[in-house]
Design a protein. Structure first.
Lengths: 237, 610
């Protein structure tokens, strides 16, 4: 068995003095889409941020493509081919669509799909029509598309996708799911955090269920959908 | 008519230099959110380096322009070094530390420049190939100034292209908005910011080197230009390049014509203009409204407790201090008199910073107003000492009443800039209005009445008055007024919602602090027998900040200890050397580097680890 693309073991993370993650462990294989599922405040966003080096983390094994991420700052992790798409979108509002994409641009990477603004405009036709527009004048769905496209400009081999369906209209959610499937088909590996089970079911191969900073259940997405007890214990609101 | 045109043109030439320097300042602020006090130092050293190079190579046009470019480049490298060595560690610090840390650099650079180039003013060679003048409506106008006038818009255009048409500029704008997101996209913000400091300081150096043919290079250039650049940046809107350009043009004209109409108060005009603009357009001419982050000292607050035994300790200390003259000699008594006066001065500033979260960068204004108030009463009205001492806090309080009304309208950095502006106004009045204030020569012969002429007697008088004032300040801190002030500091919105008129409380605090500082100033005038404009100047304001900082911001007794340590250090160590600026600057830089989150934050960190 080859080594997974991403291996996380014993991940501990803090916000100031608040201990958020307590020993999270998960893997993402090459070409695999893994859903990180949990309620609000379970630690999904913090897990992704901790992998990316955006929150204080200690004592973890973080291996990506044979490299140790634990001591690296965010920009070095990004340059290894980890793409991070935040849940709160955080597009650069003063910059145009084109300029936002430019900020994300990195050289092509062997073993990962290479993107250009044109191929991304083809993937997200809405963006093509507003390439000169500033981020302040875009809808939530358009901003979400732009955030994803901006990260893809870095030609990542692993995508950390934080709650892509949150706060979006059903039609846009469908487009998002379609986009994620397209990315998988292109050979990208994805770790996507979600509360929305149907979205996760539509895109993911495997699921990891997180609750109060610990991983509670891991298995195939299909098994999770079949296991009423697990869903009730960790996901029912 | 033609005379007015030439005057306007010379205003434009001034504006060009002003824009070069301010554009660098505003770029650095826009990206790093640090107001770089040392920006003027890069201008000054740029002028010195430019002078040396032009003396050596400036006989040909190529040599002249090459020297100017080399000076700018050198300043850029120096700025990048400062970013790596100092600023990088201060991005998350309270703004007080950022201002102080960069001011420490100002002091160090002043002594370094004096060491390299000597204290004499240096007259530079005129620009090769541009020595002549052209006739404009029969009035001669220097050719070199015409070139400068063209250079302003050219640099503005180039900067616009750099920020809007290059990848580097796009990345800088992105990192300015959201550093963390930019780094998650693979952008190294640290390197970007080093580059921004390079650019900003190179612009300052360029402005300095270009001044060599126009005016003498002196050791006073740094503060003069940085204060003007502050005004330009604040008037134009902090972080806005077109705003800086527009404001430079306006202020250039204001100076060119102001000198014709009010030659005595050109400096005051500029600051009045800024005050008016800020009241009418709080974010500057072309600035954008942005949410003001809570001032960082407030974020690191630890609760202030009155302490049940505090007043017994205070009485014991007072009794011990009162006994000193019985045992010690005159020198010790004089030293202690000054310490007690400075303790009141520092405590009054602490009221603003520690309790109000209001970082004043011009608190010396009220100390100096008090000193001048007392001295003027003695000199022009032949007032006896008690009357003069009563007048000192009144004049300072009146000044604080007026300045405070403007200052408390803004918070954070704008507040600091406004207090600085008013201190500069007060300083320039004292400096320029020679007929009344004696100008640079000050006022001499301000001696105490006969009954208080003895060193010990004056010490006891000082101790009594300062002790009383300190007791009042402490009472105020733990009165409802003090709690309201702290509430406004911690969350002005929530304080408003429970019915506290935050602005009014802050205004009152400003007046109270100014009045107390005025009493200290009046006592200081009689202790020294003379007053000088330096008593109102920025360095003294900074001294007070250092005293408050040394003692710790969140304790009421801290400023007292800080004043004692600072003054002893000053009179015992720094007065023994010619390089006191270097030492003080290094002390300040070390202080902010060792305690980047403030001394209280440092202690809280220790406690958290234990």
């Amino acid at each position: 068995m080859t080594e997974p693309l991403l291996t996380v073991e014993g991940l501990q993370a803090w916000y100031g003095r608040a201990h958020i993650l307590d020993g999270v462990a998960l893997t993402v294989g090459r070409g695999e889409v893994v859903a990180l599922i949990g309620r609000n405040g379970a630690g999904k966003t913090t897990t992704l941020k901790a992998i990316m080096g955006l929150v204080e983390r200690r004592g973890a094994t973080l291996r990506f493509d044979g490299r140790d991420l634990a001591a690296l700052p965010a920009h070095r992790i990004a340059r290894l081919g980890v793409g991070y798409v935040p849940e709160d979108r955080r597009i650069f509002a003063d910059l145009t669509v084109e300029e936002n994409l430019e900020v994300g641009r990195q050289p092509p990477r062997p073993g990962a799909p290479a993107w250009t603004p044109d191929t991304l405009y083809a993937l997200f036709p809405n963006l093509a029509e507003m390439r000169g527009r500033r981020g302040t004048r875009m809808s939530g769905g358009e901003q979400q598309m732009l955030t994803l496209a901006r990260t893809l400009m870095g030609n990542p081999s692993l995508l950390l996708l934080d709650e892509p369906s949150e706060g979006l209209a059903p039609l846009i959610v469908k487009q998002m799911a379609e986009a994620v499937r397209r990315l998988k088909a292109e050979g990208l590996s994805v770790l996507v955090s979600e509360q929305n089970l149907s979205f996760a079911a539509a895109v993911a191969d495997r699921a990891c269920v997180i609750e109060t900073g610990r991983l509670r259940w891991t298995g195939s997405m299909a098994d999770l959908m079949a296991d009423e007890a697990v869903r009730t214990a960790y996901l029912a609101v | 008519m033609s005379f007015l045109l030439v005057q306007a043109l010379s205003g434009l030439a001034t504006a060009a230099t002003l824009f070069l320097v301010s554009s660098g300042l505003t770029i650095v602020f826009g990206v790093t959110r640090i107001v770089n006090f040392a920006h003027g130092s890069f201008y000054m050293v740029g002028a010195y380096v430019g002078w040396s190079l032009i003396e050596r190579f400036g006989t040909t046009p190529a040599g002249f322009w090459g020297s100017v470019a080399a000076a700018a480049l050198a300043m850029g490298l120096l700025g990048a070094a400062m970013e790596i060595g100092l600023l990088r560690r201060l991005y998350r610090s309270p703004e007080l530390f950022q201002l102080l840390g960069t001011f420490g650099v100002v002091l160090v650079v002043q002594d370094a420049a004096a060491w390299f180039w000597g204290p004499e003013d240096l007259l530079g060679r005129r620009a090769a190939g541009l020595k002549g003048s052209v006739d404009i409506l029969d009035q001669p106008f220097p050719l070199y100034d015409l070139v400068l006038i063209g250079l302003g818009p050219l640099v503005l255009g180039l900067l616009w292209l750099l920020f809007n048409r290059t990848r580097w500029g796009t990345l800088v704008r992105a990192a300015t908005q959201d550093r963390e997101m930019a780094s998650a996209l693979g952008v190294d913000p640290a390197r970007l910011f080093t580059g921004v400091l390079f650019l900003g300081c190179a612009l300052a150096g360029l402005g300095g080197a270009l001044q060599v043919p126009r005016e003498a290079v002196t050791l006073h250039m740094d503060m003069a230009i940085v204060v003007e650049a502050f005004v330009v940046v604040v008037v134009g809107g902090m972080g806005s390049l077109p705003g800086a350009f527009l404001a430079s043009l306006l202020i250039g004209q204001l100076q060119a014509f102001g000198i014709l109409v009010f030659p005595q108060i050109t400096l005051v005009l500029v600051f009045l203009f800024m005050a008016v603009v800020l009241v009418l357009r709080p974010h500057g001419l072309l600035g954008r409204a942005e949410e003001v982050p809570p001032t960082a000292p407030a974020a690191l607050t630890v609760p202030l407790s009155a302490g049940t035994a505090a007043h017994w300790w205070a009485l014991a200390l007072l009794a011990a201090l009162a006994l000193v003259p019985l045992a010690a000699g005159d020198y010790a008594v004089i030293l202690l008199t000054e310490v007690v006066i400075l303790a009141l001065f520092a405590a009054s500033l602490h009221l603003l910073i520690g309790l109000g979260g209001l970082v004043s960068f011009g608190h010396a204004a009220y100390f100096g107003l008090g000193a001048y108030g007392a001295a003027l009463l003695v000199k022009h009205a032949a007032a006896p000492m008690p009357l003069a001492l009563a007048g000192a806090p009144l004049l300072a309080g009146a000044g604080a009443l007026l300045a405070g009304w403007f200052c408390v309208r803004r918070s954070g950095l704008y507040f600091a800039m406004l207090t600085l502006a008013f201190a500069q106004i007060a300083w320039s009045v004292a400096f320029q209005w020679s007929a009344v204030t004696g100008g640079d020569n000050g006022i001499l012969g301000v001696w105490p009445s006969a009954w208080a002429a003895g060193k010990a007697a004056y010490y006891w008088l000082t101790l009594g008055l300062c002790g009383g004032a300190l007791w009042l300040l402490r009472r105020a801190a733990f009165a409802p007024f003090g709690y309201a002030l702290r509430a406004g500091r911690d969350s002005s919105l929530r304080a408003e919602s429970v019915g506290i008129d935050v602005r009014r409380v802050q205004w009152m605090a400003f007046v109270l602090a100014g009045t107390a500082a005025g009493l200290a100033g009046g006592l200081y005038a009689f202790a020294k027998g003379s007053v000088f404009p330096t008593l109102l100047a920025v360095p003294l304001s900074v001294d007070a900040l250092v005293m408050v900082l040394m003692g710790g911001i969140q304790t009421v007794t801290g400023p007292l200890a800080g004043a004692a340590v600072f003054h002893l250090l000053w009179s015992e160590v720094m007065s023994a050397t010619d390089w006191w600026r270097l030492i003080l600057g290094l002390v300040i830089v070390a202080l902010v580097l060792v305690f980047p989150k403030g001394i209280v934050g440092f202690l809280a960190g220790l406690r958290g680890r234990a």
